[in-house]
Write a protein that binds this ligand. Structure first.
Ligand code: SF4
Ligand code: SF4
Length: 720
C-alpha cells in the first residue's frame, strides 16, 4: 500500500472512529442481533455444511446452472438478460423504464453494485427506495451503514424531521408514528410506479423461481404492484433446486438476524396470469405482466479463475459484519459497496483492486470472526491476504516493510537491532510508572507518547536462556520463542522452561532462529516469508524432538498452516519435510493438556483469573478448552469467564502500529468485559495480546496483571 492510499484509509478510519452516533446505532443493532443469532444457529446444526455444499456445487457448475435457470425462467414467461458488465445491465434496465418514469425499488445489493439508482436518476427517472432504512437514507442523502439496518446511524429526531417535511405535517417522534407515516408515503408511490426493482436471495434453476426474503413486506409490494418487475441478481445467486433455494432463505434469516425464517418470503415464478379485469380496479396486487431477470456477471468468472471462487458462496446475510471488530468500530468506512471485508474481495474481482485498497484491504486484522459467523464458512481473511499478495505483485511492498522484512530474514540482525534499540532507545523512550513510553510522538511509527511498549531486552531470550539437560525426560521438545519473547517478553520464555522442567520435559532451543514470517505473509510479501520459513524449517527439522512447542499461536499457525501453503509447489522432498515439521507443532496449552500428565502445583496462587482467547489459537488451532482447564486446575485460582472471551483484542501485529487508534478502540471493548469480571489477572496465551493489553490497561488506569497461562502455572510451581 502506497503512502497516498494509506492516507486515504487512515482518514476514513478516523472519520469512522469519530462518528459516535453511527457507532451507537451499530452497537444497538449488534446487541439485538448477536445474541439472537448465537441462540438460533444451534437449532440448525446441519444448515451451514449443507449450504456450503450447495454453493460449492453451484459455483463449480456455474455455466450449467445459469443455462438451466435461463431455460426455466424463460419457460415461465420471464425475460432473462445476462449482463457482462454494470454498464450492460444499466442500459438494459433503463430501456425498460418510460421517460420521466417512476420506479419503486427494494434493497438490492446487486442494484447497488451497478449503481442503478443514481444511473436512472441521472436520466430523469424518479427512484423511490421502499426499504424503510434505505428510504431514510435517501431522504437524508446518506449512505447505508449496515446491510440489515441501513439507517441505524441516523437519530430518531432527524428521521422525524425528514418524514415530517415529506408528509407536510409535524409527526410524533415515535417509531410507531414514523412507520405509519412511511407506509402511507410509500403506498402512493407503489400504486403509481411504472416499474418495481428488487434483488434476489436465491434463484432455483429447476423451477425458475426467484426467492426474496425480508421483514418489512415492501419487497412483496414492489414485486406485485407495478406492471413491470425487474430482478437484479449476481449469477452466483442461482442454485440447482427449489429445496436448495429454501436453504439459502433459511440461512439468511438464521445467521443474518437470528430468526427461524424471514417474516415474508416471496417466490416469483413467472409473470402474472390473472385475466380478471375487475381486479384491476380494486388492486394492484395481481402481479407483474412483465418480469425481467438481469443476471450480473461483472468479473465473477474471473474471480473463479483467479482463485477467489469462495467469495461467490456469499449469500449476503450480513452475519460477518455483526462480528467483525473493524466494521464494528468504523462501520461503512470498511468495505466498498458491499460492506466489510468481503466487500473488498468483491471490489477487487469486480475489477477494482485500487478501490479495495482504498477502502480497507490493509484493515483486516485476520481475527477470523467473520468466517466463524458465516453460514457458508467463507474464508474472507484468507482471500484478503491473497489480495494483498496481488497488490504487492503490482506495486511492491514499499521500502519500509522491505527493509524490516529483509532484516527479519537474518538471524544476526534482530539481536543487533535489539542491542541498538536498548542503547539508543534510552534517548527516545522513558520509563514511567506505566511502563516504557516514547519521549516524542511518532505517529507514523504507531507510537504516540502515551503508548506503553515493552522494554527491549539487551540480549535475546535464546542468548540468555539455559535449558537443562534432564537425565530421563518423559518427552523432548523444541521451543520456538518468536520475536516478542526473544526481544521483549523473555520472562515468558523463562516461565515455559520452568513449567516444562517441573514436568520433566527437556527443551531444546535453536540459537539462530528467525521470525516465523507471519508479518510478511499477512502483508502479501511471500518472497521474504519463504526465506524466513526455509531457515526455520532447516533448523527445527534437525531437532530430535517429540513436539515443537509455541507460546505464540501466530507463530504456531505459520509453521503449521502457512509453511505447507508456501511450499505447495516445491519439490516433494521439501513438501514432505514441511509436512513432517507441521505435524510436530503444538501450542503449549495443547502440549500440557494432551501430551503429558500435567503435574498439579502444590501451593498455587491466590488470583481471580479471567481468560482471553487469542484469535489464532481459538479459531485457527481450535484450542479453547485446554487453557481454561489448566488455569482451573491451579490451586487458589478463582476463575471467572468474561463476556465475548474470544473477541479480538485489536493487536494484529503491524496493524496496531499502522492503525493504533483503531486497535486501541477494539481493545477498549475487551477491557470493559475484563473489568466487569473484577478479575485481578487477565490470562491469555499470546505474547502479542499481552503487550497490547498492558498498554490498554495502562491507558485506562486499570490494575489487572496480564499473564500467559504458563506464567501463572510457573508462579504456582513457586517461581517468582
Ligand atoms: S478477519 Fe476479522 S477483521 Fe478481517 S474481515 Fe474478518 S472479522 Fe473483520
Ligand atoms: S460472507 Fe458469509 S456471513 Fe458475510 S454476508 Fe456473506 S454469507 Fe453472510
Amino acid at each position: 500500500m502506497g503512502k497516498k492510499t494509506y492516507k486515504v484509509v487512515k482518514s476514513k478510519v478516523t472519520e469512522g472512529l469519530h462518528d459516535m452516533e453511527s457507532r451507537k446505532g451499530r452497537f444497538r443493532a449488534f446487541d439485538a442481533i448477536r445474541p439472537a443469532m448465537l441462540k438460533m444457529v444451534p437449532n440448525y446444526p446441519e444448515l451451514s455444511n449443507r449450504l456450503r455444499k450447495i454453493k460449492e456445487y453451484s459455483i463449480d457448475h456455474l455455466d450449467e446452472v445459469i443455462a438451466k435457470a435461463q431455460r426455466s425462467l424463460e419457460g415461465k414467461g420471464c425475460k432473462v438478460y445476462l449482463a457482462e458488465t454494470p454498464a450492460d445491465a444499466q442500459r438494459y434496465i433503463a430501456n425498460l423504464i418510460p421517460n420521466q418514469g417512476l420506479v419503486v425499488k427494494s434493497k438490492s445489493n446487486a442494484g447497488k453494485e451497478i449503481n442503478i439508482s443514481h444511473y436512472l436518476e441521472d436520466r430523469g427517472v424518479t427512484v423511490v427506495e421502499t426499504d424503510l432504512g434505505d428510504r431514510i437514507n435517501q431522504l437524508a442523502k446518506c449512505e447505508a451503514s449496515h446491510s440489515l439496518a441501513p439507517a441505524i446511524h441516523i437519530p430518531i429526531e432527524r428521521i422525524t424531521k425528514l418524514f415530517s417535511e415529506e408528509a407536510g405535517t409535524t409527526l410524533e417522534c415515535t417509531p410507531e408514528a414514523l412507520v405509519v407515516a412511511a407506509r402511507k408515503g410509500l403506498r402512493d408511490f407503489l400504486v403509481k410506479a411504472d416499474v418495481g426493482i428488487s434483488g434476489a436471495n436465491a434463484i432455483a434453476a429447476d423451477t425458475g423461481s426467484v426467492f426474496v426474503t425480508e421483514n418489512e413486506g415492501n419487497i412483496r409490494a414492489v414485486s406485485m404492484m407495478p406492471k413491470v418487475h425487474i430482478v437484479i441478481a449476481g449469477v452466483e445467486k442461482i442454485v440447482p433446486s427449489l429445496e436448495d433455494a429454501l436453504q439459502v432463505v433459511r440461512a439468511a434469516a438464521v445467521y443474518g438476524v437470528g430468526q427461524d425464517i424471514g417474516t415474508y418470503v416471496s417466490v416469483i415464478s413467472g409473470v402474472s396470469e390473472s385475466l380478471d379485469p375487475d381486479l384491476e380496479e380494486y388492486s394492484h396486487g395481481q402481479g407483474p405482466k412483465e418480469v425481467h431477470i438481469v443476471l450480473l456477471k461483472n468479473g465473477r468468472k474471473g474471480a473463479i479463475d483467479a482463485g477467489y471462487k469462495e467469495s461467490l458462496y456469499c449469500i449476503n446475510c450480513g452475519s460477518c459484519l455483526n462480528f467483525c471488530p473493524v466494521y464494528s468500530e468504523v462501520g461503512g468506512k470498511y468495505g466498498y459497496k458491499y460492506l466489510g471485508g468481503r466487500g473488498l474481495v468483491f471490489a477487487a474481482f469486480h475489477g477494482d483492486l485500487e478501490k479495495s485498497e482504498e477502502n480497507g484491504l490493509s484493515l483486516c486484522i485476520g481475527c477470523q470472526k467473520c468466517q466463524t459467523a458465516c453460514p457458508v464458512q467463507m474464508a474472507t481473511p484468507g482471500m484478503l491476504w491473497k489480495l494483498r499478495q496481488d497488490a504487492v505483485a503490482k506495486e511492491g511492498i514499499g521500502w519500509k516493510k522491505n527493509l524490516i522484512f529483509s532484516m527479519l530474514t537474518e538471524p544476526q540482525t534482530l539481536p543487533a537491532v535489539s542491542k541498538l534499540a536498548r542503547t539508543f532507545g534510552k534517548l527516545a523512550l522513558k520509563e514511567s510508572d506505566k511502563g516504557m513510553t516514547s519521549r516524542l510522538t511518532l505517529n507514523s511509527l504507531g507510537l504516540p507518547q502515551e503508548r506503553v511498549i515493552p522494554k527491549f531486552s539487551g540480549k535475546s531470550f535464546v542468548e540468555i536462556a539455559k535449558p537443562k539437560t534432564l537425565a530421563k525426560p518423559i518427552k523432548k521438545v523444541g521451543f520456538y520463542p518468536g520475536c516478542v519473547v526473544n526481544y521483549a517478553e523473555s520472562d515468558l520464555g523463562e516461565a515455559l522452561l520452568h513449567v516444562l522442567g517441573e514436568n520433566n520435559v527437556e527443551v531444546k532451543l535453536a540459537k539462530e532462529d528467525v521470525c516465523c514470517g507471519i508479518p510478511s505473509i499477512v502483508s502479501g510479501d511471500l518472497a521474504h516469508a519463504k526465506t524466513m520459513a526455509l531457515k526455520n524449517i532447516e533448523m527445527y527439522s534437525a531437532f530430535d524432538m517429540d513436539a515443537l512447542v509455541f507460546v505464540c499461536p501466530s507463530c504456531a499457525v505459520a509453521f503449521k498452516e502457512e509453511y505447507p501453503k508456501l511450499f505447495a509447489g516445491d519439490s516433494p522432498e521439501l513438501q514432505e519435510k514441511v509436512k513432517k515439521l507441521a505435524l510436530k507443532v503444538k501450542d503449549i496449552n495443547e502440549f500440557l493438556s494432551q501430551d503429558i500428565e500435567l503435574k498439579l502445583p502444590e501451593h498455587g496462587v491466590q488470583e481471580k483469573v479471567t481468560y482471553h482467547d487469542p484469535c489464532h489459537l481459538a479459531r485457527s488451532m481450535g484450542v479453547k478448552k485446554e487453557p481454561r482447564e489448566i488455569i482451573q486446575k491451579i490451586p487458589g485460582v478463582d476463575y471467572v469467564e468474561m463476556t465475548d472471551a474470544d473477541a479480538c483484542c485489536g493487536f494484529g501485529g503491524s496493524f496496531s502500529l499502522s492503525f493504533y487508534e483503531l486497535s486501541q478502540r477494539i481493545n477498549e471493548g475487551k477491557l470493559k468485559n475484563v473489568a466487569d469480571t473484577q478479575a485481578t489477572t487477565l490470562a491469555t496465551s499470546c505474547p502479542g495480546c499481552m503487550v497490547h493489553f498492558r498498554d490498554g490497561i495502562a491507558q485506562h488506569k486499570m490494575k489487572q496483571t496480564v499473564s500467559h497461562v504458563v506464567q501463572i502455572l510457573s508462579r504456582a510451581y513457586g517461581r517468582r
